[in-house]
Design a protein around this ligand. Structure first.
Ligand SMILES: [Zn+2]
Ligand SMILES: [Zn+2]
Length: 340
C-alpha cells in the first residue's frame, strides 16, 4: 500500500510504499477511498499534541470499503465484504473505566485515536476496530461523507453543548463551522459568523452557508448571542466570545488545541456565563449525526487532492487557502470503477 507517513513531528510527511496492514481479531481491513483533512492533523504534524505514535499515518476521517474482517472469537463479523464504512477519530475505548461506564466514552482514560495513536487514513489501506466504524448513509458520496466524520461530528457535539440557544455565534469558519451552520439553521437557530477582520472571502462564505451576519471576530454582533462556538485555534477568541454572549450564555471551544487564552476581567464571565470545551466523540454522537446529515441535507464544500499531495493539502489548510474541507482521494486500482 501507499501511505503518507510522519516520521517525527515538525517534519514533512513522506510518501512510502509499505506492506498491507494485517487485521487482527475484531478488525477490518479497508481499501481507503477518501480521507478528509482536519486541523487536528496539522496540530499532530506540528508537534502541538504530545506523544503521537511514530512513525504515524495521520488521517481520521476515513471513507473505506471493507476488504476483510477478522471477527472477534465467538462473534459474527460486523460488516459484509464491500460495505462502505466511516472511520472516525475515536479508535478504541476500554469499556471499563468510570467514564466509559457512565456513557462518556469520549473521555475514556485509555482511549486511543485514529491518526494519532493508531495509523490512519492518509493511505491506500488501513485497519480499524470494527466496533468503532460507522456504516455510512446511502446517497452521501465518498467526498461528501469524509468531512462528516470529524468536522461534522465534533462540530455537531459542539453545537449540542450550546443547548437550546437560538442566536449562535460561530468563531472560525472552516470545515466544522460550514457544516454546523447548516445543522443550526435546520434546527431553526440564527447564526452569526466571525472570521479574521481582513477575511472578506470568509465573511462571504459564512453568509453563503447560512449565517445571517458575518463580521470580524473582535466586532460586536448586531444582537447579543445566546451561545458561541469557537472552532479557530486562537485563545484570544475566548474573551471576545464571552463579551458577545448574554448573561447565562455559553461559550464552547470545539478544538483539540488552542493558543493560550489571554487573561480577562472576571466581569465578562460573571452573570453565570459558562465556558467549556468539547473533547472527542462518542459512538452515539456518530450514529445520531450520520442519521441527521442526509435529512438536513448537509452540503459539504470539498477541495480534492490526490493522496500523493496530502502535504500540500495540510499547507493550504494552514494558510487558509480554501473554503470548506480538504479531502484526499485514493486512486485504488482494485476498486471497480463504478464504486469509486
Ligand atoms: Zn478532526
Ligand atoms: Zn474507558
Amino acid at each position: 500500500m501507499r501511505a503518507l507517513v510522519l516520521t517525527e513531528p515538525r517534519r514533512p510527511l513522506v510518501l512510502l510504499e509499505r506492506p498491507d496492514p494485517t487485521p487482527g481479531p475484531g478488525q477490518v481491513l479497508l481499501d481507503v477511498r477518501a480521507c478528509a483533512v482536519c486541523r487536528t492533523d496539522l496540530h499532530i504534524v506540528d508537534g502541538e499534541l504530545p506523544d503521537p505514535k511514530l512513525p504515524l499515518v495521520p488521517g481520521h476521517q476515513i471513507v473505506g470499503e471493507v476488504r476483510a474482517e477478522v471477527p472477534r472469537p465467538g462473534h459474527a463479523p460486523r460488516f459484509a465484504r464491500g460495505a462502505r464504512v466511516g472511520v472516525p477519530w475515536l479508535g478504541f475505548t476500554c469499556g471499563t473505566c468510570a467514564y466509559c461506564r457512565a456513557g462518556r466514552e469520549n473521555l475514556c482514560d485509555a482511549a486511543r485515536f485514529t491518526g494519532y495513536q493508531i495509523d490512519g487514513g492518509f493511505a491506500s489501506r488501513v485497519v480499524a476496530d470494527a466496533r468503532y466504524c460507522f456504516p455510512l448513509p446511502e446517497g452521501v458520496p465518498d467526498l461528501q461523507a469524509a468531512p462528516l466524520l470529524c468536522a461534522g461530528l465534533i462540530g455537531y457535539r459542539t453545537l449540542r453543548m450550546a443547548g437550546d440557544a437560538e442566536r449562535i455565534g460561530i468563531y472560525g469558519f472552516g470545515a466544522a463551522a460550514h457544516l454546523v451552520v447548516q445543522v443550526a439553521r435546520y434546527q431553526g437557530r440564527r447564526v452569526f459568523g466571525f472570521v479574521r477582520a481582513w477575511d472578506e472571502k470568509g465573511k462571504a462564505f459564512a453568509r453563503e452557508m447560512g449565517a445571517e451576519w458575518a463580521g470580524a471576530s473582535n466586532e460586536p454582533p448586531p444582537v447579543e448571542l445566546d451561545a458561541a462556538l469557537i472552532f479557530a485555534p486562537a485563545g484570544e477568541l475566548v474573551p471576545a466570545a464571552l463579551r458577545a454572549v448574554r448573561k447565562g450564555g455559553t461559550v464552547v471551544c470545539g478544538g483539540i488545541h488552542m493558543s493560550d487564552i489571554p487573561s480577562f476581567p472576571y466581569s465578562i464571565l460573571w452573570g453565570e456565563r459558562v465556558l467549556r470545551s468539547v473533547a472527542n466523540l462518542t459512538r452515539q454522537d456518530g450514529e445520531e449525526f450520520l442519521a441527521l446529515a442526509p435529512r438536513v441535507p448537509l452540503r459539504t464544500e470539498v477541495n480534492v487532492y490526490p493522496l500523493e499531495e496530502g502535504a500540500a493539502a495540510l499547507e493550504d489548510l494552514r494558510a487558509g487557502r480554501f473554503s470548506g474541507a480538504a479531502v484526499l482521494v485514493v486512486a485504488n486500482d482494485e476498486i471497480p470503477a463504478d464504486r469509486a
